[in-house]
Design a protein around this ligand. Structure first.
Ligand code: ADP
Ligand code: MG
Length: 295
Protein backbone atom coordinates (compact mmCIF):
# COMPACT_ATOMS: atom_id res chain seq x y z
CA UNK A 1 0.00 0.00 0.00
CA UNK A 2 1.40 3.35 -0.93
CA UNK A 3 1.00 5.95 1.81
CA UNK A 4 0.67 8.67 -0.83
CA UNK A 5 -2.50 7.17 -2.32
CA UNK A 6 -3.99 6.83 1.17
CA UNK A 7 -3.22 10.44 1.92
CA UNK A 8 -4.78 11.50 -1.36
CA UNK A 9 -7.85 9.48 -0.35
CA UNK A 10 -8.14 11.18 3.03
CA UNK A 11 -7.57 14.58 1.42
CA UNK A 12 -10.30 13.92 -1.13
CA UNK A 13 -12.53 12.88 1.78
CA UNK A 14 -12.07 16.25 3.44
CA UNK A 15 -13.22 17.93 0.22
CA UNK A 16 -16.36 15.76 0.27
CA UNK A 17 -17.09 16.66 3.89
CA UNK A 18 -15.81 13.33 5.23
CA UNK A 19 -13.22 13.58 8.00
CA UNK A 20 -11.22 10.38 8.32
CA UNK A 21 -9.34 9.67 11.58
CA UNK A 22 -6.49 7.93 9.79
CA UNK A 23 -5.73 6.25 6.45
CA UNK A 24 -6.08 2.79 8.06
CA UNK A 25 -9.82 3.44 8.38
CA UNK A 26 -10.30 3.12 4.61
CA UNK A 27 -9.85 -0.67 4.60
CA UNK A 28 -12.86 -1.28 6.87
CA UNK A 29 -14.82 1.36 4.97
CA UNK A 30 -14.31 -0.70 1.83
CA UNK A 31 -15.21 -4.01 3.50
CA UNK A 32 -18.42 -3.01 5.32
CA UNK A 33 -21.40 -5.13 4.25
CA UNK A 34 -23.98 -4.07 6.84
CA UNK A 35 -24.85 -0.55 7.92
CA UNK A 36 -26.75 0.19 11.12
CA UNK A 37 -28.55 3.53 10.99
CA UNK A 38 -29.59 5.28 14.19
CA UNK A 39 -33.06 6.76 13.74
CA UNK A 40 -33.37 9.98 15.71
CA UNK A 41 -31.02 12.68 14.48
CA UNK A 42 -29.48 10.42 11.85
CA UNK A 43 -32.28 9.26 9.53
CA UNK A 44 -34.59 11.97 10.90
CA UNK A 45 -33.74 15.63 11.53
CA UNK A 46 -33.82 15.18 15.32
CA UNK A 47 -35.68 18.47 15.62
CA UNK A 48 -38.81 17.33 17.35
CA UNK A 49 -42.01 19.20 18.03
CA UNK A 50 -44.84 18.53 20.43
CA UNK A 51 -47.90 17.69 18.34
CA UNK A 52 -50.53 16.66 20.88
CA UNK A 53 -51.17 16.23 24.56
CA UNK A 54 -53.56 13.75 26.22
CA UNK A 55 -54.34 13.79 29.93
CA UNK A 56 -56.07 11.47 32.37
CA UNK A 57 -59.35 12.48 34.03
CA UNK A 58 -58.70 15.11 36.68
CA UNK A 59 -55.47 16.38 35.09
CA UNK A 60 -55.39 19.60 33.05
CA UNK A 61 -53.22 20.06 29.98
CA UNK A 62 -51.44 23.03 31.57
CA UNK A 63 -50.61 21.04 34.69
CA UNK A 64 -49.16 18.16 32.64
CA UNK A 65 -47.21 20.51 30.38
CA UNK A 66 -45.85 22.52 33.32
CA UNK A 67 -44.47 19.48 35.15
CA UNK A 68 -43.24 17.66 32.04
CA UNK A 69 -41.76 20.87 30.59
CA UNK A 70 -39.93 21.75 33.78
CA UNK A 71 -38.51 18.23 34.06
CA UNK A 72 -37.44 18.01 30.41
CA UNK A 73 -35.81 21.43 30.63
CA UNK A 74 -32.95 19.63 32.41
CA UNK A 75 -32.44 17.09 29.60
CA UNK A 76 -30.62 17.56 26.29
CA UNK A 77 -32.54 14.85 24.46
CA UNK A 78 -34.32 16.13 21.29
CA UNK A 79 -37.62 14.86 22.74
CA UNK A 80 -36.97 16.83 25.91
CA UNK A 81 -36.24 20.02 24.01
CA UNK A 82 -39.52 19.72 22.09
CA UNK A 83 -41.50 19.35 25.31
CA UNK A 84 -39.66 22.11 27.21
CA UNK A 85 -39.98 24.53 24.29
CA UNK A 86 -43.71 23.92 23.92
CA UNK A 87 -44.21 24.35 27.66
CA UNK A 88 -42.30 27.65 27.74
CA UNK A 89 -44.19 28.98 24.71
CA UNK A 90 -47.53 28.22 26.32
CA UNK A 91 -46.81 28.85 30.01
CA UNK A 92 -43.81 31.17 30.19
CA UNK A 93 -41.22 30.51 32.91
CA UNK A 94 -41.13 26.99 34.28
CA UNK A 95 -40.39 25.89 37.86
CA UNK A 96 -36.92 24.48 38.65
CA UNK A 97 -36.22 20.75 38.80
CA UNK A 98 -34.39 19.01 41.64
CA UNK A 99 -32.85 15.53 41.90
CA UNK A 100 -32.80 15.18 38.12
CA UNK A 101 -31.87 11.74 36.77
CA UNK A 102 -31.50 10.64 33.18
CA UNK A 103 -32.29 6.97 32.58
CA UNK A 104 -30.59 6.39 29.20
CA UNK A 105 -32.88 5.04 26.50
CA UNK A 106 -35.88 5.16 28.81
CA UNK A 107 -36.52 8.69 30.03
CA UNK A 108 -36.02 11.10 32.89
CA UNK A 109 -37.09 11.67 36.47
CA UNK A 110 -36.94 14.63 38.85
CA UNK A 111 -38.75 16.66 41.46
CA UNK A 112 -40.85 19.64 40.35
CA UNK A 113 -42.99 21.68 42.75
CA UNK A 114 -42.58 18.89 45.30
CA UNK A 115 -43.86 16.18 42.92
CA UNK A 116 -41.68 13.28 41.75
CA UNK A 117 -42.24 13.43 37.99
CA UNK A 118 -41.21 10.74 35.52
CA UNK A 119 -41.36 11.01 31.72
CA UNK A 120 -40.40 8.57 29.02
CA UNK A 121 -41.22 5.09 27.78
CA UNK A 122 -44.28 3.33 29.14
CA UNK A 123 -41.99 0.66 30.62
CA UNK A 124 -40.20 3.26 32.73
CA UNK A 125 -43.48 4.29 34.35
CA UNK A 126 -44.60 0.65 34.68
CA UNK A 127 -41.38 -0.02 36.64
CA UNK A 128 -42.72 2.52 39.14
CA UNK A 129 -46.15 0.85 39.19
CA UNK A 130 -47.63 3.73 37.17
CA UNK A 131 -49.87 2.27 34.46
CA UNK A 132 -51.58 4.20 31.68
CA UNK A 133 -55.38 4.40 31.95
CA UNK A 134 -57.12 2.75 28.96
CA UNK A 135 -57.86 6.02 27.15
CA UNK A 136 -54.21 7.12 27.35
CA UNK A 137 -52.97 3.69 26.26
CA UNK A 138 -55.24 3.92 23.20
CA UNK A 139 -54.01 7.45 22.38
CA UNK A 140 -50.43 6.18 22.63
CA UNK A 141 -50.99 3.31 20.16
CA UNK A 142 -52.76 5.59 17.66
CA UNK A 143 -49.87 8.08 17.83
CA UNK A 144 -47.23 5.35 17.35
CA UNK A 145 -48.99 3.83 14.34
CA UNK A 146 -48.71 7.27 12.76
CA UNK A 147 -44.95 7.31 13.37
CA UNK A 148 -45.06 9.64 16.38
CA UNK A 149 -43.22 8.96 19.64
CA UNK A 150 -45.54 8.85 22.65
CA UNK A 151 -44.02 10.00 25.93
CA UNK A 152 -45.78 8.88 29.08
CA UNK A 153 -45.72 11.27 32.05
CA UNK A 154 -46.54 10.35 35.63
CA UNK A 155 -46.45 11.96 39.07
CA UNK A 156 -47.84 11.37 42.54
CA UNK A 157 -47.84 7.63 41.90
CA UNK A 158 -49.90 7.56 38.69
CA UNK A 159 -49.47 7.86 34.91
CA UNK A 160 -51.36 11.03 34.01
CA UNK A 161 -50.45 12.17 30.51
CA UNK A 162 -49.23 11.14 27.08
CA UNK A 163 -47.35 13.63 24.91
CA UNK A 164 -46.98 13.06 21.17
CA UNK A 165 -43.73 14.23 19.62
CA UNK A 166 -42.38 13.73 16.12
CA UNK A 167 -39.61 14.86 13.85
CA UNK A 168 -39.34 14.63 10.08
CA UNK A 169 -37.30 12.22 8.01
CA UNK A 170 -34.43 14.14 6.36
CA UNK A 171 -35.19 14.77 2.68
CA UNK A 172 -32.01 12.93 1.62
CA UNK A 173 -32.42 9.82 3.80
CA UNK A 174 -34.39 7.67 1.33
CA UNK A 175 -31.86 8.38 -1.41
CA UNK A 176 -28.98 7.59 0.97
CA UNK A 177 -30.54 4.23 1.87
CA UNK A 178 -30.95 3.41 -1.84
CA UNK A 179 -27.32 4.39 -2.54
CA UNK A 180 -25.99 2.26 0.32
CA UNK A 181 -28.02 -0.70 -0.92
CA UNK A 182 -26.75 -0.17 -4.48
CA UNK A 183 -23.20 -0.34 -3.06
CA UNK A 184 -24.06 -3.81 -1.70
CA UNK A 185 -24.63 -2.91 1.95
CA UNK A 186 -27.65 -3.96 3.97
CA UNK A 187 -29.17 -0.95 5.78
CA UNK A 188 -30.72 -1.73 9.18
CA UNK A 189 -32.60 0.84 11.29
CA UNK A 190 -31.54 0.74 14.96
CA UNK A 191 -33.41 2.71 17.60
CA UNK A 192 -34.46 2.97 21.20
CA UNK A 193 -37.83 4.17 20.04
CA UNK A 194 -41.01 2.13 19.89
CA UNK A 195 -41.35 -0.55 17.16
CA UNK A 196 -44.43 0.98 15.51
CA UNK A 197 -42.70 4.38 15.23
CA UNK A 198 -39.51 2.77 13.94
CA UNK A 199 -41.36 0.77 11.27
CA UNK A 200 -43.23 3.88 10.09
CA UNK A 201 -39.92 5.77 9.65
CA UNK A 202 -38.27 2.72 8.03
CA UNK A 203 -41.10 2.44 5.48
CA UNK A 204 -40.57 6.09 4.59
CA UNK A 205 -36.92 5.52 3.67
CA UNK A 206 -37.29 2.10 2.06
CA UNK A 207 -36.15 -0.23 4.85
CA UNK A 208 -38.35 -3.35 5.28
CA UNK A 209 -39.78 -4.14 8.74
CA UNK A 210 -37.51 -7.22 9.05
CA UNK A 211 -34.51 -4.85 9.01
CA UNK A 212 -35.78 -2.74 11.91
CA UNK A 213 -34.26 -3.27 15.37
CA UNK A 214 -36.35 -1.20 17.80
CA UNK A 215 -36.78 -0.60 21.55
CA UNK A 216 -33.05 -1.15 22.05
CA UNK A 217 -31.44 0.25 25.20
CA UNK A 218 -28.21 2.22 24.63
CA UNK A 219 -26.02 -0.59 26.05
CA UNK A 220 -27.81 -3.08 23.79
CA UNK A 221 -26.80 -1.10 20.70
CA UNK A 222 -23.27 -2.45 21.36
CA UNK A 223 -24.59 -6.00 21.76
CA UNK A 224 -26.44 -5.65 18.46
CA UNK A 225 -23.20 -4.70 16.69
CA UNK A 226 -21.39 -7.64 18.35
CA UNK A 227 -24.14 -10.09 17.37
CA UNK A 228 -23.91 -9.06 13.71
CA UNK A 229 -20.09 -9.29 13.86
CA UNK A 230 -20.39 -12.82 15.34
CA UNK A 231 -22.52 -13.70 12.28
CA UNK A 232 -19.49 -12.75 10.18
CA UNK A 233 -20.67 -9.37 9.02
CA UNK A 234 -18.47 -6.30 8.74
CA UNK A 235 -20.55 -3.67 10.45
CA UNK A 236 -20.67 0.06 9.80
CA UNK A 237 -22.78 2.15 12.14
CA UNK A 238 -23.97 5.72 11.60
CA UNK A 239 -25.09 7.70 14.65
CA UNK A 240 -25.15 11.07 16.34
CA UNK A 241 -26.07 10.63 19.99
CA UNK A 242 -24.28 10.08 23.28
CA UNK A 243 -26.28 6.85 23.26
CA UNK A 244 -24.58 5.76 20.03
CA UNK A 245 -20.98 6.32 21.13
CA UNK A 246 -20.23 2.82 22.47
CA UNK A 247 -21.77 1.15 19.42
CA UNK A 248 -19.82 3.45 17.08
CA UNK A 249 -16.61 2.36 18.84
CA UNK A 250 -17.55 -1.33 18.66
CA UNK A 251 -18.49 -1.22 14.96
CA UNK A 252 -15.84 -2.12 12.38
CA UNK A 253 -16.50 1.34 11.03
CA UNK A 254 -18.10 4.08 13.11
CA UNK A 255 -19.53 7.07 11.28
CA UNK A 256 -20.66 10.10 13.29
CA UNK A 257 -22.70 12.97 11.96
CA UNK A 258 -20.91 16.30 12.25
CA UNK A 259 -24.20 17.69 13.58
CA UNK A 260 -24.07 15.14 16.40
CA UNK A 261 -22.67 15.07 19.92
CA UNK A 262 -18.96 15.26 20.76
CA UNK A 263 -19.19 11.78 22.33
CA UNK A 264 -20.31 10.27 19.02
CA UNK A 265 -17.68 12.15 17.00
CA UNK A 266 -14.87 11.07 19.36
CA UNK A 267 -15.94 7.42 19.24
CA UNK A 268 -16.23 7.28 15.45
CA UNK A 269 -13.63 6.57 12.73
CA UNK A 270 -15.23 8.97 10.30
CA UNK A 271 -17.22 12.18 10.64
CA UNK A 272 -19.81 13.16 8.05
CA UNK A 273 -19.47 16.91 8.40
CA UNK A 274 -22.69 17.84 6.62
CA UNK A 275 -24.91 15.63 8.72
CA UNK A 276 -26.21 14.14 5.48
CA UNK A 277 -26.53 10.36 5.30
CA UNK A 278 -25.57 10.38 1.62
CA UNK A 279 -22.02 11.18 2.74
CA UNK A 280 -21.88 7.63 4.15
CA UNK A 281 -22.28 6.30 0.60
CA UNK A 282 -19.68 8.83 -0.62
CA UNK A 283 -17.24 7.53 2.02
CA UNK A 284 -17.66 3.94 0.86
CA UNK A 285 -17.19 4.87 -2.80
CA UNK A 286 -14.11 6.90 -1.89
CA UNK A 287 -12.55 4.05 0.10
CA UNK A 288 -13.13 1.58 -2.73
CA UNK A 289 -11.61 3.91 -5.32
CA UNK A 290 -8.63 4.83 -3.14
CA UNK A 291 -7.78 1.23 -2.29
CA UNK A 292 -8.29 0.10 -5.90
CA UNK A 293 -5.64 2.64 -6.95
CA UNK A 294 -3.19 1.09 -4.48
CA UNK A 295 -3.62 -2.51 -5.62
P1 ADP B 1 -32.87 6.81 19.59
O1 ADP B 1 -32.14 5.51 19.52
O2 ADP B 1 -34.03 6.84 18.63
O3 ADP B 1 -31.96 8.02 19.38
P2 ADP B 1 -32.98 7.01 22.57
O4 ADP B 1 -32.23 5.78 22.92
O5 ADP B 1 -32.31 8.31 22.79
O6 ADP B 1 -33.58 6.91 21.06
O7 ADP B 1 -34.34 7.03 23.43
C1 ADP B 1 -35.21 5.92 23.39
C2 ADP B 1 -36.55 6.28 23.98
O8 ADP B 1 -36.40 6.62 25.37
C3 ADP B 1 -37.20 7.49 23.35
O9 ADP B 1 -37.93 7.15 22.17
C4 ADP B 1 -38.11 7.95 24.48
O10 ADP B 1 -39.29 7.17 24.51
C5 ADP B 1 -37.30 7.64 25.73
N1 ADP B 1 -36.54 8.82 26.19
C6 ADP B 1 -35.20 9.01 26.16
N2 ADP B 1 -34.86 10.20 26.69
C7 ADP B 1 -36.02 10.82 27.04
C8 ADP B 1 -36.35 12.08 27.63
N3 ADP B 1 -35.44 13.00 27.97
N4 ADP B 1 -37.67 12.34 27.84
C9 ADP B 1 -38.61 11.45 27.49
N5 ADP B 1 -38.37 10.26 26.93
C10 ADP B 1 -37.09 9.93 26.71
MG1 MG C 1 -29.81 9.65 17.56
Amino acid sequence: ATPTALLVGTGRGAQLGILIKGPEVLENTRKADTVLLDKTGTVTTGRMTLLALHTADGTTEDEALRLAGALEHASEHPIAQAIATAARERLGDLPPVEDFTNIPGLGVQGTVDGHTVVAGREALLADRAQHLPAALAAAKTTAERAGRTAIAVGWDGAARAVLEVADAVKPSSAEAVAELRALGLRPILLTGDNRLVAEAVAAEVGIPARDVIAEVLPEDKVTTVQRLQAEGRTVAMVGDGVNDAAALAQADLGLALGTGTDAAIEAADLTLVRGDLRSAADAIRLARRTLATIK
